[in-house]
Design a protein around this ligand. Structure first.
Ligand code: ZN
Length: 159
């Protein structure tokens, strides 16, 4: 079916000691990282989940299951493969909007770099993706159970 389709994606990973932090396909030099079977890049995962949902009516876990093949897979590789699947299904990416929700680390200096890095992995222009970050004001995360949430909204088009 031709036309526009939207998709939404969500992901959360636990923050654990030891850097660097892989987020939005950028290695952020802090002494913490996201725990996961992959590199834990929740921004890339939420984005891929939204794109797969919009274009292929599936989700991240179905396309990239927990398996030996996907152990340690980078967010960039996931985004590149997702773009390839969309291409094969005849979809182009119109735009992507990503929100990262956490109390630490401070991400303000990394938001443009994350947008550019994710755009490069997806093979789209920088202005087709927006990455922004919000704090939870201490309502969600605790020192004993800290993490990062990512939400993504995407628009794709089948010509
Ligand atoms: Zn994930």
């Amino acid at each position: 079916m031709k036309g526009l389709r939207i998709g939404s994606g969500f992901d959360i990973h636990m923050l654990v000691p030891g850097g660097p932090l892989m987020l939005g396909c950028v290695a952020i030099p802090v002494e913490m990282h996201l725990k996961g079977h992959s590199d834990g890049d929740c921004a890339a995962h939420a984005t891929a989940d939204a794109l797969l949902s919009a274009g292929l009516a599936t989700d991240l876990g179905s396309v990239f299951p927990v398996s030996d093949v996907n152990r340690g897979i980078s967010g960039c590789t996931i985004l590149g493969k997702t773009r390839q699947l969309l291409d094969e299904a005849g979809f182009s990416i119109v735009n992507i909007d990503v929100s990262i929700i956490c109390d630490r680390p401070a991400l303000v200096d990394y938001m443009p770099a994350m947008g550019s890095a994710m755009a490069k992995c997806l093979g789209i222009t920088d202005n087709a993706i927006t990455v922004k970050a919000r704090h939870t004001e201490g309502f969600i995360f605790r020192e004993s159970s800290d993490g990062i949430i990512a939400l993504a909204m995407v628009l794709v088009e089948k010509l």
